[in-house]
Ligand binder design. Structure first.
Ligand code: AMP
Length: 177
């Protein structure tokens, strides 16, 4: 992503100190999403990165992964699949427990959400420790898609989350803090 666009989007992400617990610098992307130019830059950039990859499903992680994940799916001509917190999805699911930057959590996906021929892009707003996305990757891989890509709008580079992912999986962030 070109430098001016990175600076534009970074400048409109709001930092909230000590949310949701003391010591966390929470990157509030809602301030980038509410800005028409910011939202367009983010969605266009995800499209540019993945337009030639043959993506058939975009998987978005609740809840901030739904916003640009769904927009990217429309632009890419792909379907959209939600990964949700426990008890929210109505049909049969598979679930996984994971650790994140603050606390532990569980996520679920419909067990018929992905087929073996699918080329999947898993998307979330922010990479912190990587726990959430590792859980999502586990769920998606259980359904044996032909290829998986991972994208975040931004990453917290100091936490080293990127190092936890297998080298053969292409992982992108649009920018890092
Ligand atoms: P992790 O599993 O530690 O990579 O955490 C990633 C998930 O938690 C994403 O869905 C983020 O929305 C959220 N998250 C974790 N840490 C932060 C943070 N410092 N600022 C904003 N969101 C965060």
């Amino acid at each position: 992503m070109d430098k001016a666009k990175v600076e534009k989007v970074k400048s409109i992400v709001r930092n909230i100190p000590d949310f949701p617990i003391k010591g966390i610098q929470f990157k509030d992307l809602t301030t980038a999403f509410k800005d028409p130019e910011g939202l367009k830059i983010i969605c266009d950039e995800i499209y540019e990165l993945y337009k030639d990859k043959g993506i058939t499903k975009v998987v978005g992680i609740e809840s901030r992964g739904f916003i640009c994940g769904a927009a990217a799916a429309v632009k890419l001509g792909a379907g959209f699949v939600p990964i949700r917190k426990p008890g929210k999805l109505p049909a049969d699911t598979i679930s996984v427990d994971f650790r994140k930057e603050y606390g532990t959590d569980t996520i679920e996906i419909h067990k018929d959400a992905i087929q073996e021929g699918d080329v999947v892009l898993i998307h979330d707003d922010l990479l912190a420790t990587g726990g959430t996305m590792l859980g999502a990757l586990d769920l998606v891989q259980q359904m044996k898609p032909s290829k998986v890509y991972i994208n975040f709008i931004c990453g917290l580079a100091d936490l080293g989350g990127r190092d936890l992912f297998p080298k053969e999986i292409e992982l992108t962030t649009l920018f890092d803090f």
